[in-house]
Design a protein around this ligand. Sequence first.
Ligand code: GLN
Length: 306
Amino acid sequence: MSIDYQGILEKIQQEVQPLIGQGKVATYIPELAKVSPHHFGMAVYCLDGRRFAVGDAFQKFSTQSVTKLFALALAFEREGDAIWKRVGREPSGNPFNSLTQLEYERGVPRNPFINAGALVINDILAQRFVQADVAVLQFMRQLADQPKIEFDRAVALSEQKHAHRNNAIAHLMKDFGNLHNPVDTVIDSYCRQCAISMSCMELAQAGSFLANHGTIPWSGQVILDSSSAKRLNAVMLTCGTYDVAGDFAFRVGLPAKSGVGGGILAIVPGELAVCVWSPGLDSAGNSLAGVMALELFTTMTARSIF
Ligand code: GLN
């Protein structure tokens, strides 16, 4: 039986209304504090090319940590299993910007989706590309089939000016020998990467190769082999939503990556990618209305990996 995705998205939009505006917009990056918490958008990109959207699904927002997924995919594609020597793949159980675990685990981040791990991935990319952030941008343009995707320079600058904690993390890893490029280079590149602006529909299309065993569905281009795509989905499931990945799996049951801009990209293997955006965050830093929307989505469609 075919699923009425459009009808389901519209129902979800109605049901999450009471939550919209309730979460807190990220303020530690001052430029993000200017975004209204009242937005809500959701987009579905099916492997057969059908698209469905509601609300602000075509409005650009700051993708932030969602870019960590694409940076990891690019590094994994280039370096293969060598990346796991420098970054782990276990849930951290700690906030995404925590320093403490990094000290007693001797500068090797728990996973590529906490800030420390994403800085290491950026450092790995910087050895392969002239500019790691530009490589990630071009990769996302290619995956979304959208050459106009850009950095939001105001957001990047705003984060660079206030990146004290990320600087501390990078210096600690440098001290342990797990950062090869200068700290400033890696931080600047990482902040620009996080400042890539995209819409829900663009992100859903960009993520669809992960639902399709690593192959871009509309072009047939192989980005990752199916075994590597499986591994990336596994890291998303266990580490993609900060220190509440267990609760997210319980409620939603899909591999996903969230960001403090309020976006969450989730994968239904073999079928589709779905992206939701609402800037109000819960206490862990995930979109409050976004998590509920995805929970309703897997409940109403009976599409989860479990
Ligand atoms: N750029 C943000 C940071 O480094 C990304 C964090 C996030 O989205 N969780 O803090």
